[in-house]
Design a protein around this ligand. Structure first.
Ligand SMILES: [Zn+2]
Length: 311
């Protein structure tokens, strides 16, 4: 309204259905007359002829109401692009918020509206405030509106899921999952054993070497049990031989890893795990980071293996 729009940036769309509607065309041709009559003269007549309050009708029901409705309407282009969540896509500015919905009579679920623009709804949940949608629905029941467009739920949920996945990826990147295996130094078995003998609290599980020095005191199973695994192949002990460690334990253990054993069994274990459970694989998120699902940590093995000399 205040700025001239760049004609190159105007989105073109097919409005032949509107051009074919005689009521719409009549209103478009007589727009200013309609605005002055319905916006100012009509409310003045109602209050003036009704109970003699000509100025009240003109100022409150006319001028002031136009001012308020215009401010509310243009909140769709300000508030709705600034306040709230972005459940379907966050690469553009539209947002969903109940306050915007209250101010704009339902235009508050604007992220949805930009993603699915031909859908007659703004709010898709029954509990969200969208009186515009409710009005259109009532008009449909009365035969005044027809051919209401609605996007398939399948498409809507895909967008929602992708946005959730993006949020999960962002959250994942803030957490410590341990040094990636491929970045760890390779340690020979003899070297591992001798470093453990020299007093370093190293524990090998599934071919990965962990430094548990700072954790020995914290070990929920006690000092003695964790110490008994130092300098050995503790794969079986950790995976149920003595105690079947929790998912949280596998996660925590991975933050302590400092190396992989040369010829270590992690590759073999992964191959076997993948054969047994096709769902387990190295899947990367949008940032290329491996997704470590519960139950698929490298230290987790499908079934306890007999503890053998790893050398
Ligand atoms: Zn918008």
């Amino acid at each position: 309204m205040l700025l001239k729009q760049n004609p190159k940036r105007i989105g073109r769309t097919d409005i032949s259905d509107l051009n074919d509607d005689p009521v719409v065309v009549w209103q478009h041709r007589n727009y200013i007359k309609c605005v002055i009559f319905m916006g100012m003269i009509f409310p003045t007549l109602v209050t003036g002829l009704g109970w003699g309050d000509w100025w009240g009708g003109f100022i409150y029901a006319g001028i002031l109401r136009i001012f308020v409705v215009q401010q509310a309407t243009f909140c769709v282009n300000s508030l709705a692009h600034w306040l709230g969540d972005q459940p379907f896509d966050d690469r553009n500015s539209p947002r969903d918020h109940v306050v915007t919905a209250l101010v704009t009579l339902g235009e508050g679920y604007h992220n949805f509206h930009h993603e699915f623009p031909s859908d007659y709804r703004n709010a898709i949940e029954w509990h969200q405030y969208d009186p515009t949608k409710w009005s259109i629905w009532v008009w449909k029941q009365l035969g005044l509106a027809y051919d209401l467009k609605q996007f398939k739920n399948n498409e809507i949920e895909k967008g929602r899921l992708q946005q959730l996945q993006k949020k999960l990826d962002q959250k994942r990147q803030t957490l410590d999952w341990g040094i990636p295996l491929e970045q760890l130094p390779i340690i020979d078995w003899e070297d591992y054993v001798s470093r453990a003998k020299d007093g370093q609290a190293l524990i090998a599980v599934a071919g990965v070497v962990h430094d548990v020095t700072a954790f020995i005191k914290e070990h929920p199973g006690g000092k003695a049990l964790i110490s008994s695994g130092i300098g050995k192949d503790s794969t079986a002990i950790f995976n149920g031989g003595v105690y079947n460690h929790s998912n949280a334990a596998h996660n925590l253990l991975s933050t302590m890893r400092v190396g992989v054993l040369r010829g270590g069994s992690e590759v073999e274990i992964w191959k076997r795990a993948q054969r047994e459970n096709k769902d387990i694989s190295f899947v990367s998120d949008s940032a290329g980071k491996k997704i470590i699902r519960a139950g698929s940590q490298v230290t987790r093995i499908a079934e306890p293996v007999a503890s053998a000399d790893a050398a």
